[in-house]
Design a protein around this ligand. Structure first.
Ligand code: ADP
Ligand code: MG
Length: 238
């Protein structure tokens, strides 16, 4: 089980207030999507949840425990970025197993975990390949595989599909939805793609200028947007 709470989170870089008091509750196994224009603070928020960036003020709780001083490796989460840099000289299997190797997990156990993730992501035939012999979608699946082998209770995805072409994005959306079912994990997903938000989310968080404009289910936001900004973002296809 994994719940996440943000309590009055702020973040300033020097004198610039980038996140201005964000409150949010994410329930166990929920699929929550952050949307908002470029520069509104989505990635900064994700990095604070991941522990890659400290909050200026406020609290981050996972399963009720305060995480502010807990390092990224000990938060029980895994993050998948847009720029999913794989190690070019390593095979798919070694890329996926690398974090376990660093953590001293024995080879047999690593292989078992990698095979399990490869099955879920349909990467089994590609385990011996190097990244340059993979398509964009396959590489992105390897990046997701690296996250899966860590058994996180919370997955953080920051625009993971934005480098992929439209057809592949549709396919990956379906795969991520299936992954969410199969792994029973809590997922937080950043996108600026309205269709992704509407089709994938249990709950959408609309951000603007470092603040939460509205939180609700896709249908709530679609039918009852709080203001023009939310209506424009959710209501009008891009
Ligand atoms: P988004 O992911 O929604 O596009 P970001 O979280 O990347 O937005 O950025 C939010 C704001 O914070 C932007 O104005 C950005 O320039 C600023 N910002 C992000 N990281 C830093 C940093 N390390 N130093 C200074 N400003 C930053
Ligand atoms: Mg971003």
């Amino acid at each position: 089980m994994a719940t996440l709470e943000l309590k009055q989170i702020t973040k300033s870089f020097d004198d610039t207030h980038v996140i201005k008091g964000v409150d949010l509750e994410v329930n166990d196994r929920e699929f929550v999507v952050f949307v908002g224009p470029s520069g509104c603070g989505k990635s900064t928020l994700m990095r604070m949840i991941a522990g890659l960036e400290s909050a200026t003020s406020g609290d981050i709780l996972i399963d009720g425990a305060r995480m502010n001083e807990v390092g990224p490796a000990d938060r029980g989460l895994a993050m998948v970025f847009q720029s999913y840099a794989l190690y070019p000289h390593m095979t798919v299997e070694d890329n996926m197993g690398f974090s376990m190797r660093l953590a001293g997990v024995p080879k047999e156990k690593r292989r078992e975990k990698v095979l399990e993730a490869a099955r879920i992501l349909q990467l089994e035939p590609l385990l011996e390949r190097k990244p340059k012999a993979l398509s964009g979608g396959q590489r992105q699946r390897v990046a997701i595989g690296r996250a899966i082998v860590r058994n996180p209770s919370i997955f953080l995805f920051d625009e993971p599909l934005s480098n992929l072409d439209a057809a592949l994005r549709v396919q990956m959306r379906i795969e991520l939805a299936r992954l969410h079912e199969e792994l029973d994990a809590t997922m937080i997903y950043v996108t600026h793609d309205q269709i992704e938000a509407m089709t994938m989310a249990d709950k959408i968080v609309v951000l603007q200028g470092g603040e939460v404009e509205q939180v609700g289910s896709p249908m709530e936001l679609y039918h009852h947007p709080r203001n023009r900004f939310v209506a424009g973002f959710i209501g009008s296809p891009k």
